[in-house]
Design a protein. Structure first.
Length: 280
């Protein structure tokens, strides 16, 4: 066990070795798995290096800068016969999985439309998370950072996306990436999903609704415990450490061959959707 960091002193608080380079860590650590939690432009090269070193990998989201890079990561995992997970941790939310169960049970009839919004103000300054405004490091703005989570959930709930359109622009923030993005996805099932994400709203929003022919599900706020459906209201809290269930699921997949909720293969579709929007 250990940490790769530009500042080895950071590893001291955890009582583990610290390395300043990934090849050295892969050679010396003896680890079976690696958590890649670096800026997006490093996801593909670092994940592929770890997979080729025989390690299982849990990579932060979004999967990569583009769909081609994401595909190269999945190919490496298949070639090396190693587990590749992507940290779309909202797939582990109890209320998201309860909503999936309700949809499959016909609680709202046939689902036809879903919508998600995530609006907030992003402090576009250097320093902590400032790299998110650098397109060479992050790939994009809220489309990549917060939009990818919502797009992934739509894919989780509705399956394979068939057509995508969208718009991005920079209206308020003086940054090199978009400060807003609007995405419309049509699934093979006929469900349409709209995702709107913004970094220029001083009114926070975290909405998520699914409408069917016979009712609707309301998960607003997505990061809260409430789930409202035709049968009533449920309170389903996420784990106090939002990332823990995702990491735990990955460990169980590696050690016990349990089903992995967020795989490289499933995350490819989120990368594909994002790329279609960028190309519009």
């Amino acid at each position: 066990m250990g940490i790769v960091t530009r500042d080895p002193a950071k590893a001291e608080r955890y009582g583990v070795p610290g390395w300043t380079d990934l090849p050295g860590a892969l050679a010396a650590s003896g680890a079976d798995a690696v958590y890649v939690a670096t800026p997006v432009f490093l996801h593909a090269p670092q994940t592929i290096a770890c997979l080729r070193a025989g390690k299982h990998v849990l990579c932060e989201k979004p999967m990569a800068l583009n769909y081609a890079e994401a595909c190269s990561m999945q190919t490496a995992a298949e070639q090396m016969n190693r587990t590749l997970g992507i940290s779309y941790y909202r797939r582990t939310y109890p209320k998201v999985n309860r909503a999936r169960q309700l949809i499959e049970g016909g609680a709202i009839g046939r689902p036809v439309f879903a919508e998600a919004t995530s609006h907030d103000w992003f402090p576009a300054v250097d320093g902590f998370r400032g790299w998110l405004t650098d397109p060479k490091q992050a790939g994009g703005g809220p489309l990549y950072d917060i939009g990818s989570h919502r797009i992934d959930l739509m894919n989780y709930l509705f399956g394979k996306p068939a057509r995508v359109t969208g718009q991005v622009s920079t209206l308020v923030q003086s940054i090199a990436v978009e400060d807003n993005a609007t995405v419309l996805i049509e699934y093979e099932s006929g469900v349409r999903a709209g995702v709107d994400v913004r970094w220029h709203s001083r009114v926070p929003r975290d909405e998520f609704r699914i409408r069917g022919t016979d009712g609707e599900l309301d998960l607003t706020p997505l990061n809260g415990p409430a789930l409202v459906h035709p049968g009533g209201r449920e309170h389903l809290s996420a784990h106090e450490n939002l990332h823990y269930p995702c990491v735990s699921n990955f460990v169980s997949a590696v050690l016990e061959h349990e089903p992995l909720l967020s795989t490289g293969a499933s995350a490819l579709w989120t990368a594909w959707v994002t790329e279609q929007v960028v190309r519009c």
